[in-house]
Design a binder for this molecule. Structure first.
Ligand code: C2E
Ligand code: CA
Ligand code: CA
Length: 622
């Protein structure tokens, strides 16, 4: 009898089913749909074999024809179910389930499927056998072929339409799977004695299993836990299908500088074991030393997190502490992207226990919006530089100014740097942003208008990151050359915090720029840690007294003595002084009498755009 191929197919399917069911599994929608497709394939093959046997019995012996007809019908109905499940498996992860057209499409497929099955049930079916040629025919069978073709076609079309949204491997697997089916059907049509279709569908399942449903990147070899990739798939799945979850992460922080490999390995393995022993929920290793477990229920999550912390606190032989980030409700975040951004942002927190709340999510959103604002400003040339003049006490002229960055919104509104510089420093955007500011200042100087109006130097703020990240000579000197300006026109303002972070690099970078004629100021003097070492050994020409420091002069007697003394010291060191934040005539007069060289503040001018600044200079330096 012509059932050899089908038997082989059954054997293949049985093997992958056993493998599939035995392996550690993550409850993903795709996996469930895949398993459903395998079951349909199984049932289909069994009825395929059964129908061939019964057709032979009915044709060559006198087995009741009605029973054979029923079995043939079940077979073709299962064939369509298989095609339909295949399509659902292929499309569910791709179609946007919340869109109405996707919902309509889903409904239409259900309908076609339902009507098709009904038609197959009621329409007549015939069968015939002639040696190895065995088949059923009639209206019922025609409907089955038609529907199978529709679902195959839809699977292929969906795969093609969403090609860009899926990994290349998935696309190839989908096309191969459906292509093999089509090819088998075509061959079987031309050579009716070659019953290939059943075998082809089992073979397709093997392709899907190997390529898609057995991803080795989901398993961490050394701990047996799931990986970050698995977590990503899992979390996307949960959000997509509206399943709320809770989660805790546990991170190992070693308390010693040198951790040898065995100790680290031991800590990791023990953590992994403890997490697995917590219960049946999936545990992931999401970084070398970071783990997480996902729960359906937040009470259970809290309870299990407390248990793991208790166990950790009992470990005395590993010099490490644990930090825990608890996310009680996945709906606190708007979706997988925000969820992972949240993890990324808060996983490094040094706090022992951090429970996600609205404030944290709010801050994250604000930070994300600010990052987008900066990115957008850089891309659409909405980074602007304002200038604030310094009054030179000795010459009674405005010959120096500070460049201060702004972002102009589309509606013309101005965003001050306090709103975005800290985020830019954190995200690394300060590098392109700082370079842009520098370029704009050079461009402004190169126009020559400011020089004509009496300006001699512009001070530009630089963040620590700008000086430690890459060779700062590059963006400074490149632009100075590009715009052919005098390097002496440029003064860079650095802060004590910047200088403290990476002193060696900072100093060597500074000295190279100084050789090229650029000068430096120490900004924000009087805030933070005012270490004498900084201004004694730092090659700065100017000290800028911070607002708080100059303000303090007026209401704190002790500070008045400190300031008077500091001014003398700086003058002895041949440095000049800028007093920042001078807003009133009284403040201005006091600063003048104290002997500071420059006065900066709203008393003279706020930071203003280029044109306004030029007008101010032309007036002030008449
Ligand atoms: P900063 O370097 O201390 O700059 C002086 C700040 O004091 C400016 O604020 C300025 O507008 C403000 N100011 C000046 N005179 C007065 C006054 O009389 N009264 C008061 N209340 N404020 C006065 P702004 O422009 O908002 O800048 C804030 C900070 O942002 C700057 O503080 C600086 O640290 C940073 N920043 C600005 N532009 C840049 C830049 O291009 N790069 C970097 N890395 N940081 C920048
Ligand atoms: Ca400054
Ligand atoms: Ca300052």
């Amino acid at each position: 009898m012509n059932i050899e191929l089908q038997c082989c197919a059954l054997f293949i399917l049985f093997t992958i089913s056993v493998m599939f069911l035995r392996e550690k599994k993550l409850d993903l929608m795709n996996r469930r749909l895949f398993f459903r497709a395998i079951c349909a394939c199984f049932a289909c093959l069994i009825f395929d074999i059964l129908s061939i046997i019964l057709i032979n019995l009915s044709v060559y012996r006198d087995f009741p024809q009605s029973v054979t007809s029923i079995v043939c019908k079940i077979y073709i109905m299962l064939l369509v179910i298989q095609g339909y499940f295949g399509y659902v498996y292929a499309s569910t992860s791709l179609l946007p389930l919340d869109k109405s057209w996707a919902k309509n499409l889903k409904f239409a497929c259900h309908l076609i499927f339902g009507i098709g099955e009904l038609l197959m049930l009621v329409l007549p079916i015939g069968f015939t056998a002639d040696g190895r040629i065995v088949y059923s025919f009639g209206p019922s069978t025609t409907v089955a072929y038609l529907l199978s073709a529709i679902f195959i076609l839809m699977t292929i079309l969906t795969s093609i339409a969403y090609r860009k949204q899926m990994p290349g491997r998935r696309f190839v697997a989908m096309i191969l799977w459906q292509g093999i089916w089509l090819l088998a059907a075509a061959i079987q049509f031309m050579i009716p004695s070659l019953l290939l279709v059943g075998f082809a569908s089992a073979f397709g399942m093997v392709i899907l299993y190997i390529q898609l449903e057995n991803p080795s990147e989901y398993f961490d070899g050394s701990t047996g836990l799931f990986t970050t990739n698995a977590l990503s798939a899992y979390v996307h799945d949960k959000y997509k299908f509206g399943k709320q979850f809770s989660m805790f992460t546990a991170k190992i922080h070693f308390l010693i500088d040198y951790v040898d490999y065995n100790m680290e390995h031991d800590a990791v393995i023990r953590t992994a074991r403890a997490l697995v022993a917590l219960g049946s929920e999936p545990a992931f290793r999401i970084d070398d030393d970071t783990f997480c477990v996902v729960y359906d229920d937040k009470d259970r999550m809290f309870e299990r997190a407390a248990e793991i912390k208790r166990q950790k606190d009992n470990v005395k032989d590993i010099p490490a502490k644990g930090t825990y980030l608890l996310i009680p409700d996945s709906l606190q975040m708007s979706g997988p992207d925000e969820f992972f951004r949240f993890l990324h942002t808060y996983l490094d927190s040094e706090q022992e226990i951090l429970v996600a709340d609205e404030t944290m999510v709010g801050e994250l959103r604000e930070q994300t919006m600010t990052k987008e604002l900066i990115e957008d400003a850089l891309a659409n040339d909405r980074v602007e530089v304002f200038y604030q003049p310094f009054y030179n006490v000795g010459t009674s002229r405005f010959n120096v100014a500070e460049a201060l960055v702004r972002i102009r919104l589309e509606n013309g509104e101005i965003v001050p740097p306090g709103k975005f510089i800290p985020v830019a420093e954190e995200s690394g955007q300060i590098i392109p942003l700082g370079t842009r500011v520098f370029e704009k200042v050079c461009e402004f100087i190169a126009k020559g208008e400011a020089l004509k109006a009496g300006l001699e130097q512009i001070e530009i703020n630089v963040s620590a990151a700008q000086f430690n990240y890459e060779n700062p000579e590059k963006f400074v000197m490149e632009n100075i050359k590009k715009y052919a300006i005098d390097p002496g026109m440029i003064n860079l303002e650095i802060t004590e915090t910047a200088a403290a972070q990476n002193r060696e690099i900072m100093l060597s970078n500074m000295s190279r720029l100084i050789e090229n004629g650029v000068t430096f100021s120490l900004d924000d003097f009087g805030t933070g840690r005012s270490n004498i070492d900084y201004f004694v050994n730092m090659p700065v020409k100017t000290i800028k007294f911070d607002h708080s420091f100059t303000r303090g002069f007026f209401d704190n007697e002790k500070l008045r003595y400190v300031m008077t003394g500091m001014i003398d010291i700086f003058h002895m060191l041949n440095m000049s002084i800028v007093a920042e934040g001078i807003e009133t005539e009284e403040q201005m007069n006091v600063m003048k009498s104290m002997g500071v060289e420059y006065i900066q503040g709203y008393y003279y001018s706020k930071p203003v755009p280029e044109e306004e600044f030029l007008r101010f200079l032309r007036n002030g330096n008449k």
